[in-house]
Design a protein around this ligand. Structure first.
Ligand code: ATP
Ligand code: MG
Length: 427
């Protein structure tokens, strides 16, 4: 026997039995985003590596060690996208969507990061991302946060997810603050782990993002950026908090929330759950006013977030919420040679003219008894039984499978009307 080829480490097949949860998440998100007037955008899963290096930042885990990069035959350095914001900005600039306009965009799809796989952390995972361009006030930051809160409610998860917010101020404010931070960490240099010692030189604020518990105390006592903010940044942050307060959305201000990516300024936020162990962040985002310009566009304010779909699915699966399972509406039994031949014609007619009626036709023959077993097992509401007699009489028999009355016969010419009626679908 040939050696079996297995899926790549950290990557997953999503099986039909899980699809109900994915569809539930996807359709709920689509509906909500349309209520908030967002438009979908799709862009490639591969981009030039430089795009991610320039946006995400050279001294981030993603760019340093997590990207799937390769050289194209022509020598171009390419990477599988580790996140969506960079590609979205690239597409926005290239297609003239960003200059002097307001854009409310969203996307959904696979992202790739070569991380150490664990529950809730995969090498191919899926995100739903939302980005707004051309608006600089805290009102839109708040709208994004309110929208995600409403999403948790619709998904039945609002009890389990908490909001953390912070502000990163402007670049100048951060630079001032960074000096104080470096002073502080230098004074406590021996307590920093190797990663943090390296970051101290290149990007000291990322030390605050460290997940090393041994450094918890040190980080907790470090200088706070909030104390170095100017008037405009403070006002922006207060504006955001005021709207959240008005709507009644609870939040924690977390001064250590600096986000793993370099491009943020002012508002940053994360929705975190305790139900998924250490991979608790299900949605994260913030404002990134300098990124468009950094990628060669005209200066454009921007704010966005991304949610991890696998982590949300995991919460949905664990919750008691009843998610609609999809069954066929009809199982079609075909008994006899003529019936076996004509069955395809009847099934085709129902699928074409019925109002989204799902027909599972028995293929491959079999006795009435074995076909009926399959009909019962598949979860359909009705069986349609066609034998050679029925073909001769131009009729079919309909048998309720879930105990709603007796079997009855319907002429072929009335079949579609009758089925639409049975399934309460419009004729
Ligand atoms: P984390 O701190 O968990 O590593 P991150 O800051 O790297 O997250 P972002 O780049 O902000 O994550 O991505 C947004 C969301 O995408 C995360 O909050 C998470 O829900 C999800 N996500 C990120 N990386 C992975 C992964 N490797 N596997 C599954 N989901 C992920
Ligand atoms: Mg990460």
């Amino acid at each position: 026997m040939s050696k079996q080829i297995k899926v790549i480490k950290g990557m997953h097949d999503i099986l039909p039995e899980q699809m109900q949860y994915w569809h539930f998440l996807e359709s709920t998100v689509r509906e909500l985003l349309s209520v908030y007037c967002f438009n979908e955008i799709r862009f490639p899963v591969i981009e030039k590596s430089e795009l991610f290096c320039r946006t995400i930042g050279e001294v981030t885990d993603i760019v340093e060690k997590e990207m799937y990069s390769f050289e194209d035959r022509g020598g171009d350095k390419l990477s599988l996208r580790p996140e969506g914001t960079a590609g979205c900005v690239r597409a926005g600039i290239e297609n003239g969507l960003l200059y002097h306009q307001i854009q409310k965009l969203w996307y959904m799809g696979p992202m790739f990061r070569r991380e150490r796989p664990q529950k809730g952390r995969y090498r191919q995972f899926h995100q739903i991302g939302v980005e707004v361009y051309g608006l600089e006030g805290p009102d839109i930051d708040a709208e994004l946060i309110v929208m995600t809160y409403r999403l948790w409610q619709k998904l039945g998860l609002s009890q389990n997810i908490e909001l953390q917010i912070n502000t990163l101020g402007t670049l100048e404010e951060r630079n001032q603050y960074k000096e104080k931070l470096v002073e502080y960490f230098n004074a406590n240099y021996e307590q920093l782990d190797e990663d943090s010692q390296r970051r101290l030189l290149k990007n000291p604020m990322r030390i605050l993002d460290s997940k090393n518990q041994n450094m918890r105390n040190l980080i907790d006592n470090s200088p706070k950026l909030l104390d170095y903010l100017g008037e405009a940044s403070t006002e922006h942050f207060n504006g955001l908090k005021k709207i959240l307060d008005q709507i009644g959305i609870e939040y924690q201000i977390n001064p250590q929330l600096v986000r793993g990516l370099d491009y943020y300024s002012n508002t940053v936020f994360e929705w975190v759950t305790h139900d998924l162990g250490t991979q608790g962040t299900v949605c994260a985002g913030g404002r990134y006013n300098t990124l468009v310009q950094q990628l060669g566009g005209k200066s454009t304010p921007a704010v966005g977030f991304a949610m991890g779909m696998e982590r949300l699915i995991s919460l949905i699966e664990d919750s008691q919420l009843e998610v609609q399972v999809e069954f066929p509406d009809i199982y079609m039994l075909l008994v006899g040679d003529n019936a076996n031949q004509q069955g395809a014609v009847v099934a085709d007619e129902i699928r074409q003219k019925g109002h989204a009626i799902k027909v599972l036709m028995n293929c491959g023959g079999g006795s009435f008894k074995s076909q009926f077993k399959k009909a019962d097992k598949c979860g359909a509401q009705y069986a349609i039984i066609i034998s050679d007699d029925e073909i001769a009489q131009q009729s079919v028999s309909i048998k309720p499978l879930r105990g709603q009355g007796d079997q009855f016969s319907v002429g072929r010419d009335e079949l579609i009307i009758k089925l639409n009626e049975l399934f309460k679908r419009k004729n």
